[in-house]
Design a protein around this ligand. Structure first.
Ligand SMILES: Nc1ncnc2c1ncn2[C@@H]1O[C@H](COP(=O)(O)OP(=O)(O)OP(=O)(O)O)[C@@H](O)[C@H]1O
Length: 210
C-alpha cells in the first residue's frame, strides 16, 4: 500500500499542498486535475524527486527515498532530459546497470514501441513521442511495484497507445500499484481502472465515480 500522510509542499512562497492524505492499494489509479493543480509535483514527490516540507510517504512500509523504497518505484515523466547526450542504446545500458536488470526487457519494450531503428540515435534528436516511448520503456522494464506515470499517453501513436494500455493492465494483474496523472478523461483509453481521483487546489482530493 502507498500511504501519504499530512503532506505539505510548495515552491518558494507558493503553497501547493497542505496536509494532503492519501492511501492507495495496488491497482490502476487515475489522477486528474486542472493544469497547474499539482499532479506532476505530487508524482515527483512520491518518486522522491521533490521533497515535501512536511509529512510522510511510505510504500509497503518503506520510507520514501530509502534504498528499499526506490528499488520498488519507477517514474515516467517528461523527456529524459539529464541524459540527452547519450544514444538510445546507451541509456538502455545505463538503466540496465543502475537498476540491475537485464537488457532483454528493455529491448523488448523498445521494440514494441518501435524504437529499435533509433538505438544509435542521440536522445536529443528524438521527437516528443519517441522520447515519451523511451521514458515508458525505462519505467516499464524494471517491473516496478509502484509505477508513476505523468501524462503517459501524450504524443503516442495509436499502436503504442494500445501497447502501453496493455502493459499497464498487465502490471495491475501482477499486483503493481499504477498511478497515472493526466488532465485527459480516462474514458478515452482502454483501461479497467480501480479508482479515479481528482486533485483540486490546495491538494484536496476527491473520488470521481467510474
Ligand atoms: N520547479 C518549479 N518551480 C516553481 N514552480 C513550479 C515548479 N514546478 C511546478 N511549479 C508550479 O506548481 C504548480 C503545479 O505544477 P504541476 O506541474 O505540478 O501541475 P500539473 O497539475 O501537473 O499541471 P499540468 O496539467 O499543466 O501538467 C504550477 O502553478 C506550476 O507553475
Amino acid at each position: 500500500m502507498l500511504s501519504i500522510k499530512d503532506l505539505s509542499f510548495g515552491y518558494g512562497q507558493q503553497r501547493l499542498f497542505s496536509n494532503l492524505n492519501l492511501q492507495l492499494e495496488p491497482g490502476l489509479h487515475w489522477l486528474s486535475g486542472a493544469n497547474g493543480s499539482g499532479k506532476s509535483s505530487l508524482l515527483r514527490i512520491v518518486a522522491a524527486l521533490n521533497h515535501a516540507s512536511q509529512g510522510s510517504i511510505h510504500f509497503r512500509q518503506h520510507q520514501v527515498g530509502s534504498a528499499a523504497y526506490q528499488a520498488l518505484v519507477s517514474i515516467s515523466a517528461d523527456a529524459v532530459c539529464p541524459l540527452q547526450d547519450n544514444t538510445v542504446e546507451g541509456i538502455l545500458q545505463l538503466v540496465a546497470r543502475c537498476r540491475g536488470i537485464p537488457m532483454e526487457p528493455l529491448l523488448l519494450h523498445a521494440k514494441a514501441f518501435m524504437l529499435q531503428p533509433l538505438l544509435r540515435q542521440n536522445v536529443a534528436v528524438l521527437s516528443l513521442g519517441q522520447q515519451k516511448k523511451l521514458s515508458l520503456t525505462l519505467a516499464l522494464a524494471a517491473k516496478p511495484q509502484l509505477l508513476l506515470l505523468d501524462e503517459p499517453f501524450n504524443a503516442l501513436d495509436p499502436e503504442s497507445l494500445v501497447y502501453c494500455c496493455a502493459q499497464l493492465q498487465e502490471a495491475r494483474q501482477q499486483g503493481a500499484l499504477v498511478l497515472i496523472a493526466s488532465h485527459l478523461s480516462p474514458q478515452s483509453f482502454q483501461l479497467k481502472l480501480d479508482q479515479h481521483l481528482e486533485l483540486k487546489a490546495g491538494g484536496h482530493l476527491s473520488v470521481v465515480p467510474l
